[in-house]
Design a protein around this ligand. Structure first.
Ligand code: SAM
Length: 305
């Protein structure tokens, strides 16, 4: 299985401050970031990892079977608060999430995450929760579908694509990635086709996994659970995700949110973070050349006060 961890050196530089620390990797994937972290910390360190994906979880269990520092959970990273209670951990010294899907999920012909292979049109990371992309395309009103494609995919042809989906679903079922591809192919110019397909698949994936809401919930819990001087590092691949991270970090780094015209501060706002990356860290040209999937990555890091 091949997944090249993105912004590896940069993420560890911000994340690891305590050799004997307690760490949380919310998107363990294929353990790329985690392995490098474990190489940097002592035998007394602890690493709690989550991944929603069953296959990733099975792979991780084998990979880290002999490392007693590692505890794995096949669940969403928003369970960080529940897991920390189960593990009797009050605070983490470092918390990492590397959002989105892994190369394995994208490349696996059966995963349904790619329009390049024919598979059931599902797009959920945890297939037991929520509804599949096929159900969304079959049941949702045209206006709702258009909003999903505009909002999460920034797809300019959203209206045209949704019209074609609605026309098609009146006569046949849409249940596979190929079904969706065949609907989009005739209506988007060939030279934009792959970009349009990626955007539509991305939009549906973000929607069925409720990715933006989960990120907001997670960031709040993560800041609560960081120890003083503990670090949070987020790698995102979508402008809406990056905006959420930027805004949450900014809010948590303010000591007052009173309107500027207020004569004295009455908001009781507590500054909880110091931002470590004024601008997001992005991959070098060499990293992008060696790993195309890194091209849209943005890393932001902050430290608990
Ligand atoms: C980009 S990959 C992470 C790769 C990993 N950093 C590595 O180096 O191998 C993202 C992973 O996060 C998982 N994932 C996405 N959203 C999640 C969530 N809300 N909770 C837990 N895992 C999630 C996906 O299943 C995928 O395996």
């Amino acid at each position: 299985m091949q997944h090249v961890p993105v912004l590896l050196e940069e993420s560890l530089k911000y994340l690891v401050t305590e050799e004997d620390g307690k760490y949380f990797d919310g998107t363990m994937g294929f353990g790329g970031h985690s392995s490098a972290l474990l190489n940097k910390v002592s035998p007394n360190a602890v690493l709690i990892g989550t991944d929603k994906d069953k296959q990733a979880f099975q792979y991780l269990k084998n990979k880290f079977i002999d490392d007693k520092r590692v505890k794995l959970y096949n669940t969403g990273f928003t369970d960080i608060d529940i897991i920390s209670k189960i593990e009797f951990i009050d605070n983490f010294d470092g918390i990492l999430v590397d959002l989105g899907v892994s190369s394995f999920q994208l490349d696996d012909p059966n995963s349904g995450f790619t329009y390049r292979e024919d598979a059931p049109l599902d797009l959920r990371m945890d297939k037991e929760k929520g509804i599949s992309a096929a159900v969304v395309l079959t049941k949702f009103a045209p206006e709702e579908l258009t909003e999903i494609l505009f909002k999460y995919g920034e797809e300019k042809n959203a209206r045209k694509i949704v019209r074609a989906i609605v026309e098609s679903r009146n006569s046949k079922t849409i249940s596979t990635t190929k079904d969706l591809r065949e609907i989009i192919e005739p209506i988007v110019p060939q030279r934009f086709l792959n970009k349009s397909l990626s955007r539509v698949f991305q939009a549906l994936r973000i929607y069925v996994n409720d990715e933006l809401e989960e990120l907001k919930i997670f960031l709040k819990k993560a800041v609560d659970l960081l120890s003083t001087d503990g670090r949070i590092v987020v790698i995102s691949f979508h402008s809406l995700e990056d905006r959420i991270v930027k805004e949450v970090f900014k809010y948590e780094s303010l000591s007052c949110v009173c309107p500027p015209e207020a004569p004295i501060c009455v908001c009781d706002k507590e500054q909880r973070l110091k931002i470590l990356t004024r601008k997001p860290v992005v991959p070098t040209d060499i990293e992008i050349k060696n790993n195309k999937r890194s091209r849209s990555a943005k890393l932001r890091a902050a430290q608990k006060i």
